[in-house]
Design a protein around this ligand. Structure first.
Ligand code: T5A
Length: 220
């Protein structure tokens, strides 16, 4: 069920930005925030894992490197969804109900890509947790910023020390990328692939076109 057709709710839009490490999600979310604000839209930016006090504490544990013990894949999955459940309940749902547009840096597509394709957990398991945590909340639109792994990793590494995910091997990130592309091909209406390997001005020109289209559609 899309956020925009929940009966009785205000028509805020829920837009997610997905992709591998360092592909430019944060940079381009800010760009889109500005574009939307220029149109007089009430926009808020948030991220996953995180976005609320409790969810940010979970994020710390998920990204921290290293713990004394290895975090199991199932623990990682449950923590991601615990953070998401809190984020949806305490932040995303109220914002959409107020009519705000919510721009979110990563959401459940990241779980399918990282914990499903990357760690090898069953997608069926992820779907079960999604049902519990999301309470029908789904993105109206997703921009998948896609770039070859070496480009994204190069950008991410230039920014600072690696976190618990960024120390994974190339194989892992190639599976993650394959996961995102597989989601895009199975949900072509929701997920728009943006070539994030291009120079920033070209990436942003493509996003501007997509946002304009979204605004036209939401005004009709
Ligand atoms: N995770 C998350 C899961 O495993 N499961 C889940 O369900 C969820 C939600 C979160 C980690 O958690 C994992 C995945 C992640 O490993 P994060 O901080 O969200 O961590 O993830 P990152 O992808 O690492 O975020 P980054 O902030 O590193 O990357 P961004 O936001 O994609 O990239 P950005 O905008 O910071 O850009 C990186 C650099 O590249 C430059 C920017 O200026 C910046 O310096 N840049 C470009 N340079 C040239 N050309 C372009 N087109 C450029 N675009 C950006």
């Amino acid at each position: 069920m899309s956020t925009s057709n929940r009966q009785g709710d205000a028509l805020g839009k829920f837009i997610t930005f997905e992709g591998g490490e360092g592909v430019g999600k944060s940079t381009n979310i800010e760009f889109c925030r500005n574009l939307l604000q220029q149109q007089g839209i009430d926009v808020i930016v948030t991220r996953e894992p995180g976005g609320t006090e409790i969810a940010e504490i979970i994020r710390e544990e998920l990204l921290k490197k290293p713990h004394q013990e290895r975090m199991s894949n199932i623990t990682e999955l449950l923590l991601v969804f615990a953070a998401r459940a809190q984020h949806i309940e305490a932040f995303i749902k109220p914002a959409l109900a107020r009519g705000s547009w919510v721009l979110c840096d990563r959401f459940t597509d990241s779980t399918i890509a990282y914990q499903g394709f990357g760690r090898g957990l069953e997608i069926k398991l992820i779907d079960q947790l999604k049902l519990i945590a999301q309470q029908g909340i789904e993105p109206d639109k997703t921009f998948l910023l896609d770039a070859p792994v070496d480009i994204g990793m190069g950008r991410a590494r230039s920014r600072g020390p690696a976190d618990r995910f960024e120390v994974e091997q190339l194989d892992f990130f190639n599976r993650v990328r394959e996961g995102f592309l597989s989601i895009a091909s199975s949900s072509p209406e929701r997920v728009e692939i943006v070539d994030a390997g291009l120079v920033l001005s070209e990436v942003q020109s493509d996003l501007q076109t997509a946002i304009n289209l979204l605004l036209n559609v939401s005004n009709t």
